[in-house]
Design a protein around this ligand. Structure first.
Ligand code: SF4
Length: 710
């Protein structure tokens, strides 16, 4: 990092993109005095980093526009009026203290995000459990990664999205992408697939599918919610056609027989009837995988965001285990994490059932370890709380929380059944939102706290391959703006002594990122996601450190981290991977005469998540200024909808407006909508909050709708 104290000088910081989990390397150059220094807009340049190799997508190239954006919040707001920080923080703590005294600690809830740095995720989870004493803490990663995480955990014993560096894909012969549209979500990722025959499994003829087909690959189009049946059909092919890797099965796995008993009923023609994917295509893909020396299968939200998402991911893992792929050099299974710190964000304790280091909060040994680092009695730590959707649904209801503190989430756009979420937020006694902009959720808040953003702060993130990265500050935040860490620290200082039990240590909530990371190292030590051997100094020296990276030296040198997991053994105590017996079940909601179409949702190239940031970037807003619905032209004709017509997409829960976009490559029974827009264009007014029974992830990817001219 280069930082000059002289106001007026141009300074640069080597950092990473604020958006997705590819965490492309970039350099930010800015005026030393910040955006207010008058030296022109901060600028972004790509830099060479293994995940992006000097490339950036449109979102990354334009990210600096957020830094001096006129919409930036620079003063706290109390019921819409500007106030000073002391007034805002005192108001929050006064309300929280009264609520806790009247209704108990669980009357207060905390909601975090997968874009928060590791330090923020760690401190926020600790703040909830120690300063507030509440079990009611969860985060928006529950919407993104929880099904993949649960499936990875039960098959391999630990969840790391890609258990190998993304550059390993460069040498692949075959890559299967199930429910992943990387051409739009993370375009530089495509550069790692150029040498491979690609197979894309997606109900849409997505940009990724088009790229694969144009390069000689395949596109399979299962009906929404039927991916599990497709994976079962392909496992059947693997066994019936003699591709089973029996030596691998015997040496490295357990549980095949039980999984096969179910898959044996799914001959490919039966899978074809359910999924719409030709049996011949199923056979061809399995032959491709079985015949390749270097082969990978990667899943993403398309197969995960369902009411049976965990089982669906397990079905794909079973297929790869049958073919001997996971933990084999040059081959593997992985899931493509979406949010910028989607991996680190699920490891350090902002999730309802976890403590730092990817420890379980109901594990007495884990509780004792973390409590000792925190200097509190293990018995004082609350147990597991409600998962995100259940937490939001309980807000303001009998027995539910009456106050919510939100960091890094725009819930009224990103949560399923957003109309109900809005009414729950409106029923609270206190809603506090820390954000850069007056997001749709911040507009509902009693108190809004203006916080710093990516290039204005230090910290670490963990990218999609489990590599820990340094986020570096290029410029100070605008006057009046504080970091999330400062906000948490200030609130904790005011809350100290107000709880009925022993007060927590006075220095328990520092606001310096490196100090917090040092504590995180100790808290994670010995856990599945062990960061104890990682330090700012090692990262700043340019070391590529993937967790687990224990503090115990290896071969007389500091532990080098673990770029590739599972090469010798999986993380279960016996070292074996688990086949999980899974069976296809119908999606939670199916089309019927009243709502005859499947609706599926996803991202577009120009926008990121709820769009609270990218919708404010002029260049990106010009590309995709408003929501649209992709419809097959024949389906559109039947509904009387011409290309470009305004339309209302209606489900049992509500409706969203959009503009019709005719797309011949789409299934005729399916429509697609992006989820980046607010107000009446909020697609989550339509989506189904049905939850996976294990991960508690909502079914964003399949619900029943009808189209009405608007
Ligand atoms: Fe890279 Fe993702 Fe940022 Fe695009 S959004 S520049 S792919 S990190």
């Amino acid at each position: 990092m280069t930082l000059s104290p002289e106001i007026g000088a141009r300074v640069s910081a080597a950092t990473h993109c604020p958006y997705c989990a590819l965490q492309c390397g970039m350099t930010v150059t800015a005026e030393a005095g910040g955006a207010a220094g008058g030296g022109g807009r901060p600028e972004v340049e790509p830099r060479d980093f293994p995940t992006n190799r000097g490339g950036l997508c449109q979102k990354g190239w334009t990210a600096a526009e957020l830094l001096d954006h006129p919409d930036r919040l620079t003063t706290p707001l109390l019921r819409g009026s500007p106030v000073d920080w002391d007034t805002a923080l005192d108001h929050i703590v006064g309300k929280l203290t009264a609520l806790r005294a009247e209704r108990g600690a669980d009357a207060v809830a905390v909601f975090g995000g997968g874009g928060l740095t590791n330090e923020k995720a760690y401190l926020l989870g600790k703040f909830a459990r120690v300063a507030l004493g509440t079990s009611q803490v969860d985060y928006n990663g529950r919407f993104c990664m929880s099904s993949a995480a649960a499936a990875g955990g039960r098959a391999f014993g630990v969840d790391r999205g890609l258990p190998f560096p993304v550059t390993d894909l460069d040498d692949a012969d075959v890559v299967v992408l199930a429910g992943a549209n990387v051409a739009e979500t993370m375009p530089p990722f495509l550069s790692h697939l150029r040498g491979a025959r690609q197979v894309v499994i997606d109900p849409r003829y997505s940009a990724t599918a088009r790229a694969a087909v144009e390069a000689g690959g395949l596109h399979l189009r299962p009906a929404p919610g039927t991916d599990l049946a497709l994976a079962l059909g392909m496992l059947h092919v693997a066994v019936a056609e003699g591709y089973l890797d029996r030596a691998y099965l015997a040496e490295r796995t357990t549980g095949f027989d039980a999984a096969w008993r179910l898959a044996a009923q799914w001959w490919p023609e039966r899978a074809e009837r359910v999924t719409g994917v030709a049996a011949a295509d199923q056979r061809e893909v399995v032959r491709l995988l079985a015949g390749a020396r270097r082969r990978y299968l990667l899943t993403a939200r398309g197969v995960e965001q369902h009411a049976h998402g965990v089982d669906t991911v397990s079905a794909w893992i079973n297929l790869t285990l049958a073919l001997g792929m996971p933990g084999t050099p040059g081959s593997g299974f992985g899931t493509i994490t979406g949010q910028g710190n989607g991996q680190g964000g699920r490891e350090h304790g902002q999730k309802a059932d976890q403590l730092p280091g990817y420890r379980r909060i109901d594990d007495p040994v884990a509780r004792a370890h973390v409590a000792s680092v925190w200097g509190v009695d293990p018995a004082s730590l609350p147990g597991p709380g409600r998962s995100a959707v259940e937490l939001l649904d309980a807000l303001g209801q009998p027995g539910g929380p009456r106050a919510l503190l939100v960091f890094g989430s725009n819930l009224v756009v990103s949560a399923p059944d957003a109309g109900t979420v809005r009414s729950r937020l409106e029923s609270l006694d206190l809603l506090v939102v820390a954000d850069l902009f007056l997001s749709e959720t911040a507009q509902l808040a009693d108190v809004v706290l203006p916080v710093a953003q990516w290039a204005e702060e230090e910290g670490t993130l963990t990218n999609l391959e489990g590599r820990v990265l340094r986020r570096r500050r290029a410029l100070p935040p605008p006057d009046g703006v504080r970091t999330d860490l400062q906000v948490i620290s200030e609130l904790a200082a005011r809350l100290r002594g107000s709880s009925p039990g022993e007060p927590f240590p006075a220095d328990a909530f520092p606001d310096q990122p490196e100090v917090i990371f040092e504590e995180l190292r100790r808290a994670s030590s010995g856990g599945p996601a062990d960061y104890s051997g990682i330090s700012y100094a090692r990262l700043d020296a340019g070391e590529a450190l993937h967790w687990p990276c224990p503090s115990v030296p290896l071969g007389g040198a500091p532990h080098p981290g673990t770029p590739r997991l599972f090469l010798d053994r999986f993380a279960h105590p016996d070292g074996l991977a688990r086949f999980i017996p899974v069976e296809h079940t119908q999606p939670a909601e199916r089309p019927d005469p009243e709502f005859p179409l499947w609706a599926t949702t996803g991202r577009v190239l120009a926008h990121y998540q709820s769009g609270a940031q990218t919708r404010r970037v002029a260049e990106l807003a010009a590309v995709e200024p408003r929501s649209f619905v992709e419809v097959h032209p024949d389906t559109a004709v039947r509904a009387g909808l011409v290309d470009g017509a305004p339309v209302r997409v209606v489900s049992r829960r509500g409706s969203a407006t959009a503009v019709v976009r005719h797309v011949p490559g789409l299934r005729q029974d399916t429509v697609f909508l992006p989820f980046h827009y607010g107000g009446e264009q909020t697609v989550n007014l339509v989506t189904n909050p049905a939850l996976d029974p294990i991960s508690r992830m909502p079914a964003f990817k399949a619900c029943a709708v009808r189209l009405e001219p608007a």
